[in-house]
Design a protein around this ligand. Structure first.
Ligand code: HEM
Length: 287
């Protein structure tokens, strides 16, 4: 930080008034530090190689974990609000998450063009570490309806992450709460969908597709179409994250096996092909 510089000219122009300068005097750590914990946050970068490119790889991954955390918070807010029929509160939270997903996706930029040789410079140092083991990403997927009990297995040794994931596995996803809301509003959501085993992956239903087609044929400014559009924005941006990840991976390591032990790009291609909130996409063919 620069010291205020007082020159005769500047003083005459009234540029620096010490009474307007920020407070410099704190007994302990600064109130900024107490709130943000920047000292903790900026000392969590424990590099494992001497390669100068590893820092941005680690920090980008940490930044994405922070965005996952914010987005999970928004979607949990939306899920609760939907359950309580507070649709505007849910739409606000979903719309905030859309802006956050845009910021998340923009953070691919520093890693999007790694060459295989650049990635190889620190890849071995990652050992078996892989984003596949991200508990917060898994919570995002569970909130979208992409449930899978086997995804808890890697977290058996981490009690907090495991408990949070177990809870998210058993609880309704954002989409489950949307479909329950549509049923309460008189739309023909089948009982088999409403009473489904919540710990299982959501499977698309032709009757739900028909409900969305009916809604989308109606008032474009209606509350439920606006909810549908907020969900569609979320679905599109999650799909974009998966595809940006896929392309970055293809550039950085071609068809090699992943550090997490999967087939790598071939496995990610299957994951990226999935539609989030499937009937919101297929219903469009029938409007
Ligand atoms: C260019 C750098 C990257 C490469 C080459 C890469 C590669 C891979 C590969 C091959 C997989 C499949 C699992 C495995 O076998 O490891 C994977 C999964 C995953 N990666 Fe990355 N990754 C990169 C950057 C990132 C970053 C920065 C994040 C942010 C947290 C991330 C998050 C994930 C997640 C969440 C999965 C699981 C996806 C799913 O379950 O569908 N990756 N990655």
């Amino acid at each position: 930080m620069s010291e205020p510089v007082e020159t005769a000219g500047a003083a005459a122009a009234g540029a620096v008034d010490p009474a307007e300068a920020p407070n410099l005097d704190f007994a302990g750590t600064t109130p900024y530090e107490d709130y943000v914990q920047a000292d903790v946050l900026t000392h969590l970068q424990h590099l494992r190689s001497d390669d100068p490119g590893e820092m941005v790889f680690l920090v980008t991954t940490q930044v994405m974990e922070l965005w996952f955390t914010v987005i999970v918070h928004e979607w949990e807010t939306a899920t609760r609000a939907l359950r309580e029929d507070r649709v505007p509160v849910a739409v606000d939270a979903l719309k905030r998450s859309v802006r956050e997903l845009e910021a998340l996706n923009a953070s691919w930029t520093p890693l999007a063009q790694l060459t295989p040789a650049q990635f190889n410079s620190y890849r071995a140092a990652l050992g078996e570490g892989s984003g596949f083991q991200s508990a917060m990403y898994r919570r995002m997927e569970f909130l979208l309806g992409e449930k899978s009990a086997s995804m808890l297995v890697p977290h058996r040794g981490a009690p907090r992450a495991h408990a949070e994931l177990e809870k998210a596995l058993q609880e309704p996803s954002v989409y489950d709460e949307v479909l329950a809301l549509l049923a309460r509003r008189g739309y023909a959501v089948p009982a088999a969908v409403l009473d489904r085993d919540l710990s299982q992956r959501y499977e698309p239903s032709p009757q739900v597709e028909a409900v969305w087609a009916e809604l989308y044929a109606g008032d474009q400014n209606g509350e439920l179409v606006r909810l549908g559009e907020a969900l569609t924005d979320v679905g599109e941006l999650v799909w974009r994250w998966r595809n940006d990840h896929l392309v970055a991976t293809r550039r950085a390591m071609g068809a090699k096996t992943g550090t997490g032990g999967s087939a790598g790009v071939a496995w990610l291609e299957k994951r990226a092909a999935k539609n989030v909130f499937p009937e919101l996409w297929t219903a469009r063919s029938h409007v």
